[in-house]
Design a protein around this ligand. Structure first.
Ligand code: CDP
Ligand code: MG
Length: 698
């Protein structure tokens, strides 16, 4: 067991020879110093070495035969020879040996928990086995949920390829605002959020013979809600089969929740992975990643590298740093293919990570934790793990949501490590100390339901007729105050009446796959004419089409506001009045909670300091910043290449992170929520600043 090595390394050192060798090469071959950047030597971790040193090292290594050409070519051509037909690949996956046993078990039991190592073939193979053995007779479908969009798209593409059909034919996927399925689709991959929405139109999921809740261990909010819903419908649909599948985690807990459903374990194939820790904490883990990649590239045998970072921006920076470095070294090093993978990457770029590495080259995949368990990239031998991830947190008391980079859990760290051991023995370089692993990392990640705003989900459940949320069958119930706050917000928005029942507005809001504040904003078009504008939406046509369709469904006629900025901002206020901040003598404070907040210095309103603002969200970085990130909203509405979009709401004000409003609007859009007294008095106190507001300047 690779994790046993921890016991040998209580002081942060790794006991064995291999590790000492690594430490040595690390010191000898470290490739730091990036251009003009001021890099201080990191005494304990990496020595500062110049490009010339690297060239010398490469030349020496080649002379010594560390990177013997012949050896490398031989290894790679052996790999080439192993190129198998799709059929052979399918048969080689661990699930294949259990095909019949698994089908028998599914035949016998209504609910089964399936546990198997990542990459064993659960996601791509099991739905195909079901399809092949008659579970898709007539119009019936096998549905498989994924917490991540990218995973849904990419496995559907893979399965379609294996089945020899186009994506969207027998195998397809459905994610928010993108339905790539057809009449013929029998195996449908979708995000967990998408299946949740299907309950709105098909509460008994009668089109499905099997539902597979995949990646159950991820415990996303939507997956957790699905657990309760599918458990319920399984009771009155005895013909529906339910598969709960996960990486090797939590199976017992799932089994207990699903009335002691049997656990089907698929023994995985896993090669040993050596784990290496740094001796001292890394000051800059991006730097450390780059250094490690080049060390691997220069000193280690063939095999691809996988780096885990926290998000798109970081991934892009890291890729640039590596590319720059690789360019500087030119033909002196072997080809390095640097490939990013994150949720908003265009799909043609996404599929690149699965393409086989050309002989002689080395692939470096820089991923978010999507590559932890959702996606398996063949050929990975080295994993570099800085040990961080991005996590959302919600404080129900202040209503503050934050997205922060936090240390990942031990569970994640071990999954990441496992990625190095699929094709052969691997190595995992953890850019933190063994002490940190043991003392600073939580055992597992807190389920999302316990650290997120629930307004959206509460609205959806209400519209499914589930009124008593306190007694909903949660695997781990959310904190009571979070539920209460969600109900309060929905009440304030007018989505619920004083009995907690859905209003007509609420019913309309629930139709929209967006945050309630945002759906209310959109629905406010009825009154203020804030409809979706076609002009600037070429790339976002699918978003526009779906929203427009939903407007029709809730019987709202669309007319143009004529680009009237005030009307548009009013409509936004109608949805976001809950997020109002006003300028006081001591800076900005949220109106109800009296929380101190700030305009982000990047905002064009930073200098302007308008008296009243609404913001999209509070983001805690170093201060509580108010943001009205239009791009962000549309990241939420439309996945993928979003940036574009929304001149549709604010036209030229796209750059603003929050918007200026007039306090009087609050009384118009939310008279039940704001007293005229508190607003008028406050307005009089503060003399208006000279000059035009940014909003007026456009
Ligand atoms: O779900 P699980 O982690 O058990 O495995 P899987 O996702 O079904 O992957 C099985 C195999 O299919 C692996 O060898 C993957 O590398 C491969 N695969 C692929 O080549 N391309 C994809 N888009 C998805 C999977
Ligand atoms: Mg999977």
């Amino acid at each position: 067991d690779e994790y046993d090595e921890l016991d040998e390394a209580p002081d942060g050192h790794h006991g064995n020879m291999e590790h000492q060798r690594w430490e040595k090469t690390r010191l000898n071959a470290a490739v730091t110093k990036y251009g003009a950047r001021d890099v201080k030597p990191k005494k304990d971790n990496y020595d500062l070495i110049t490009d010339d040193d690297v060239i010398e090292f490469v030349q020496a290594a080649t002379r010594k035969g560390t990177m013997d050409d012949k050896e490398m070519t031989e290894q790679l051509s052996a790999k080439e020879l192993k190129k198998q037909s799709i059929d052979e690949v399918r048969k080689s996956l661990p699930t294949f040996a259990y095909r019949q046993d698994l089908l028998n078990a599914i035949e016998e039991h209504q609910v089964i928990i399936i546990e198997g190592e990542t990459g064993s073939g659960k996601t791509t193979q099991i739905p195909q086995y079901l399809y092949e053995s008659g579970y898709c007779k007539g119009e019936m479908k096998v549905g498989c949920t994924q917490p991540r969009r990218v995973a849904a798209m990419s496995v559907a593409a893979r399965v379609a390829e294996e089945m020899g059909v186009k994506v969207g034919a027998e195998a397809g996927y459905c994610i928010r605002f993108e339905d790539c399925t057809s009449e013929r689709t029998r195996i449908k991959y979708m995000t967990d959020g998408m299946l949740l929405r299907e309950f709105l139109t098909e509460p008994d999921l009668k089109g499905y013979s099997v539902i597979m809740i995949d990646e159950a261990h991820e415990r996303t909010l939507h997956t957790d809600i699905l657990f309760g819903l599918v458990k319920d419908i399984a009771r009155f649909r005895p013909d529906l089969k339910l598969l709960i599948s996960s990486a090797t985690l939590d199976a017992e807990k799932f089994s207990t929740f699903f009335d002691d459903a049997p656990i089907f374990r698929i023994p995985g194939r896993r090669f040993p992975v050596d784990i290496y820790y740094t001796k001292a904490p890394e000051a800059d883990y991006l730097d450390a990643c780059v250094v490690s990649v080049f060390q691997i590239h220069l000193t280690q045998p063939p095999g691809d590298v996988l780096i885990f970072l926290t998000g798109q921006e970081e991934i892009e920076t890291c890729c640039e740093m590596m590319q720059e470095k690789a360019r500087a070294l030119g033909s002196r090093i072997r080809e390095l293919l640097i490939l990013p993978i994150y949720a908003n990457l265009p799909s043609d770029m996404q599929s690149k990570i699965f393409e086989p590495t050309p002989p002689g080259a080395r692939k470096v995949v820089v991923a978010t934790n999507i590559a932890e368990t959702s996606l398996t990239i063949d050929g990975i031998v080295y994993v570099i793990d800085p040990g961080f991830c991005k996590q959302n947190n919600y404080n129900a008391r202040t209503g503050m949501e934050s997205l922060v980079v936090v240390p990942c859990s031990k569970q994640s760290a071990n999954q990441r490590t496992g990625r190095a051991g699929r094709v052969g023995p691997g190595k995992c370089f953890r850019l933190y100390t063994a002490w940190a692993y043991m003392n600073e990392l939580e055992d597992s990640t807190t389920p999302e339901i316990q650290r997120t705003n629930l307004a959206n989900v509460v609205l959806l459940l209400k519209s499914l007729g589930i009124n008593d949320l306190i007694h909903f069958d949660f695997m781990d119930p959310p904190p009571h105050e979070t539920l209460v706050l969600a109900l309060e917000q929905l009440y304030a928005l007018g989505a619920l009446n004083h009995l907690g029942e859905l209003t007509k507005l609420g019913r309309r809001m629930a139709e929209f796959p967006a945050d309630p504040m945002l759906s209310k904003t959109i629905l406010a078009s009825e009154k203020y004419n804030n409809f979706v504008q076609h002009r600037s939406l070429k790339r976002a046509r699918d978003v526009r089409d779906q929203l427009a369709g939903l407007m029709e469904r809730v019987e709202i006629e669309q007319t143009s506001s004529g680009g009237d900025s005030a009307a548009i901002r009013k409509a936004i206020t109608a949805g976001f009045f809950y997020h109002t901040a006003r300028l006081t003598k001591s800076g900005y404070r949220t109106v109800k909670q009296q929380q101190t907040v700030h305009i982000h210095p990047n905002s064009s309103l930073f200098e302007e300091q308008p008296r009243w603002m609404v913001y999209h969200e509070l983001v805690f970085t170093t201060k509580e910043f108010m943001r009205f990130g239009i791009n962000k909203i549309f990241l939420r509405i439309r996945m993928g290449n979003s940036c574009l979009v929304l001149s549709f709401l604010l036209g030229k004000q796209l750059q603003l992170q929050c918007i200026e409003i007039e306090s009087g609007w609050l009384l118009e859009v939310a008279p039940h929520y704001y007293k005229s007294k508190e607003i008028e008095q406050e307005s009089k106190k503060m003399p208006r600043k000279q000059g035009k507001s940014a909003a007026e300047l456009g």
